[in-house]
Ligand binder design. Structure first.
Ligand SMILES: NC(=O)c1ccc[n+]([C@@H]2O[C@H](COP(=O)([O-])OP(=O)(O)OC[C@H]3O[C@@H](n4cnc5c(N)ncnc54)[C@H](OP(=O)(O)O)[C@@H]3O)[C@@H](O)[C@H]2O)c1
Length: 342
């Protein structure tokens, strides 16, 4: 049996992402096969395709991509069971992630039944179910575990409309924090609708000055967490806004953050930290996907979809991600549909 898949077998511009026909994968012992309805082209997929920044090639392969089929996050329907697999039944709707491995940008994939895959929350279609995975599995460990965000905390999110940022606003609210969100003019209403208490337009003037003025006006001594979802700021930018035990957390490594993470932690004052959430265990991710399902059911987390494109328009999806201004996730669907922007 033949299926369509995305192939990226050399580094380069979006056009190197192409469609090919390959044999369908067979589920091995303990695995399930998923007929993919929707899958994501995310920031990590664009880095893996471009081979840039160069240090990323340590993970993705020095001369060419080590794994030709990109894509981590997916949603679809279980269509075959490997020997001994019994957690799911054929016909179950599931969503999850193959990250840090890949292979999701295809019509079918196989995954261990005890990996990061869970039943799809009711109320989400495949596009929405694929879209919520990466942001939630990134924002939750950053805010809950690294930032120890709790009720009444002050959290500022930089890049609040992106896949990670839009989830971070909702996760911080679910943890009971008061949220300030930094975004650009076109995304102000979106971020407000996600629950941000204060929205700062970064394109209208210095966002740090506005955040500081707000803290002063409310008599708050500083943010408990500044979560930089896109690496747009630095520890130096965020530091004056932090409370005495506040933390600047960023998803994007820089020499400054890598050098200061340990010393600032030891000094127990204002600190900076980074995590690599894709490397968490499958069990930790599965537990958070189950939590995500509960929060979706309670209406506390919703999907943010930048656009939906058919699988064969994968190069357009990469172009949109490369632009750096998507709001939420760029979704590829396997059905032959007209492209939609949401
Ligand atoms: N460390 C980890 O474990 C981990 C895990 C997941 C992702 N990541 C990384 O996190 C980053 C974000 O991923 P993502 O998928 O959320 O990205 P994304 O969706 O592409 O983020 C786009 C958003 O960033 C905003 N933005 C762009 N430049 C900005 C700037 N200079 N200052 C403030 N906001 C800016 C844009 O909003 P505007 O409208 O304001 O331009 C846009 O909404 C990526 O680099 C990804 O590789 C790291």
């Amino acid at each position: 049996m033949i299926m369509r898949t995305v192939i990226v077998d050399r580094y380069g511009p979006p056009e190197v992402a192409r469609i090919a026909e390959v044999p369908m994968p067979e589920p091995g012992p303990g695995q399930i096969r998923v007929r993919v309805g929707a899958t994501i082209v995310g920031a990590a997929d664009a880095v893996m395709r471009a081979g840039s920044p160069r240090y990323a090639r340590i993970a993705s392969g020095f001369r060419r991509p080590r794994h030709a089929v990109p894509g981590g996050d997916f949603a679809g329907v279980v269509d075959a069971l490997g020997e001994g697999a019994r957690w799911f039944a054929v016909g179950d709707r599931v969503h999850g992630t193959l990250a840090p491995a890949s292979g999701g940008n295809a019509e079918y994939l196989v995954i261990a039944e005890d990996a990061a895959v869970v039943p799809t929350p009711a109320g989400l279609d495949d596009a929405g179910a694929a879209a919520v995975v990466d942001g939630f599995l990134t924002a939750t460990p950053f805010l809950r575990d690294l930032g120890r965000v709790g009720p009444g905390d002050e959290v500022l999110v930089v890049g609040a409309a992106g896949a990670v940022g839009s989830s971070a606003v909702q996760v911080a609210k679910a943890l009971g924090a008061r949220v300030t969100a930094v975004t650009s003019t076109p995304n102000l209403d979106l971020v407000r609708a996600l629950g941000a208490d204060l929205v700062i337009d970064r394109t209208a003037g210095p966002a740090q000055a506005t955040a500081k003025a707000d803290l002063v006006a409310r008599g708050v001594s500083g943010y408990d967490v500044v979560f930089d979802a896109v690496g747009g700021w630095s520890f130096g930018t965020a530091r004056p806004l932090l409370g005495p035990r506040g933390a600047y957390l960023t998803t994007v490594p820089s020499l400054g953050v890598l050098a200061l993470a340990v010393p600032t932690k030891l000094l127990r004052r204002r600190r900076t930290a980074i995590a690599f959430t894709g490397l968490r265990s499958a069990a930790a991710k599965r537990a958070d996907l189950e939590l995500l399902g509960r929060l979706v059911a309670e209406g506390r987390i919703r999907e943010v979809v930048d656009r939906v494109l058919p699988l064969e328009r994968v190069a357009d999806a990469h172009r949109r991600v490369d632009g750096g201004h998507k709001a939420g996730a760029v979704v590829l669907v396997t059905a032959r549909v007209e492209a939609t922007a949401r």
